[in-house]
Design a protein around this ligand. Structure first.
Ligand SMILES: [Zn+2]
Length: 412
């Protein structure tokens, strides 16, 4: 039996340990101050104990000052193990914090006490992001418990504050300890994924939320000519903005959908009664823009279109930015982290790993902004932030096997 096969068999038999660790993690509620909590201290201390038991060559807590939290800081943890080979380090980053459970009546059980139903573990945080920590930790533990040498250097990073902006989490770690990471390293962020575990996220679209304020003049609806109808103007503007899709029509097959999208979404209430011509209407557009286009181009094109509608209607149409997140440069599909992950996925599940771009933002963007190639990947049912959040024990086992192959740079 090959060495790696022994490790994978060991992982396969880890069901009870996965349930136990998930239970301990879930019971240590890690809510940041923005979510009404005092920080991630208790959970991080438990994780530190698990990692210290694996004899790391270096372990360090990085405290991001936050006077609202216990002790005046948010805890971030880094542990490293030397490998046998001189090779790039495999980093796995997970986050300790969770989001609140929300409406408790939507839960079938206590969110902070895990419930096991066959292959499922139910509880707040079991997928987001304990699945990522447990699978990456289990892979390392099973290699070391089998008495084998670790081939590649491995670093496990557990950060705070992922759910509320990362200012006290990865952004802080990279601002102060950027030199820990090299562009040659393999950086994996198991914080999003899909059910077959074949999606390797390497790129993100820019996110731009625009607010359009249409101002006219309110009057009685029986004499509409005395006013200027802002709702008709908003309708014209919404239709005119469809031009954005034609003007910014690049297609990139890495993404699904492959184009930039410009969706009108929210509309604020205007007048409360039917017999009044509204004098002010506010609506919003959610734009997900391919990284090939600077968002400034979208903003100025939107203003130009709105200006034309204003000219045609005699209304005032103001455009402002409600939120904007310019995409970080994508991770190359040829980066070692992508090719090694794809090889390991193929070896363990038989599936072809697919590098992809997504419309939303992940914490990997912080690495990419620092020129570090990060890939987001995991096998998960995507129940993050939902009531009755669950993870599949079989997915944790599969992902641990994939991590073990990447750590060892080998296939079974
Ligand atoms: Zn997460």
């Amino acid at each position: 039996m090959s060495d790696l096969k022994t490790v994978l068999d060991h992982i396969e038999g880890s069901r009870d340990e996965i349930i136990q660790v998930q239970g301990e993690l879930t019971g240590r509620v890690a809510l940041g101050p923005d979510n009404g909590g005092s920080g991630e201290h208790e959970k991080t201390a438990y994780i530190r104990g698990l990692l210290e038991a694996l004899g790391p060559d270096r372990i360090q807590e990085i405290h991001a000052p936050d006077e609202r939290a216990d002790g005046g800081y948010r805890p971030n943890l880094i542990a490293m193990w030397k490998g046998k080979q001189e090779s790039p380090t495999v980093w796995v980053l997970s986050h300790s914090d969770v989001v609140p459970p929300g409406d408790l009546s939507l839960w079938d059980s206590d969110p902070y006490t895990v419930k096991v139903e066959g292959d499922r573990i139910v509880g707040r945080g079991v997928e987001d992001n304990q699945h990522g920590f447990v699978s990456s930790y289990l892979a390392l533990k099973c290699i070391l418990d089998s008495g084998q040498d670790l081939e590649r250097p491995v670093g496990l990073v557990v950060v705070a504050d992922e759910e509320t902006g990362s200012r006290y989490g990865l952004a802080y770690v990279l601002a102060h300890y950027r030199e820990l990471f090299s562009p040659r390293d393999l950086i994996i962020v198991p914080d999003a994924g899909n059910e077959d575990g074949a999606m390797i996220e390497v790129a993100e679209k820019s996110m731009l939320w625009l607010r359009f304020t249409v101002t006219g003049r309110q009057c009685h609806a029986s004499t509409p000519d005395k006013g200027k109808n802002s709702l008709s103007g908003a309708a014209r503007a919404i239709l005119a903005l469809e031009q954005l899709a034609d003007r910014f029509d690049l297609s990139d097959p890495l993404f699904s959908p492959p184009r930039s999208t410009f969706a009108p979404t929210k509309k604020e209430a205007n007048v409360p009664n039917i017999n009044t011509i509204p004098g002010k209407d506010v609506f919003y557009m959610d734009c997900r823009v391919l990284p090939q286009y600077p968002v400034a181009q979208i903003i100025s094109a939107s203003r130009e279109i709105a200006g034309r509608v204003a000219e045609q209607t005699g209304l005032q149409v103001d455009v402002d930015v409600a939120q904007c997140q310019e995409a970080a440069p994508p991770t190359s599909v040829e980066a070692l982290v992508v090719t090694e992950l794809a090889k390991a996925i193929k070896a363990v599940t038989g599936r072809e790993g697919r590098p992809m771009g997504i419309g939303g933002g992940t914490v990997a963007a912080f690495f990419r902004e620092h020129g570090l190639p990060a890939a987001v990947w995991s096998t998960c049912p995507d129940t993050a932030h939902q009531p009755n959040e669950f993870c599949r024990i079989s997915d944790v086992i599969t992902d641990a096997k994939i991590f073990a192959c990447v750590y060892q740079g080998r296939r079974p």
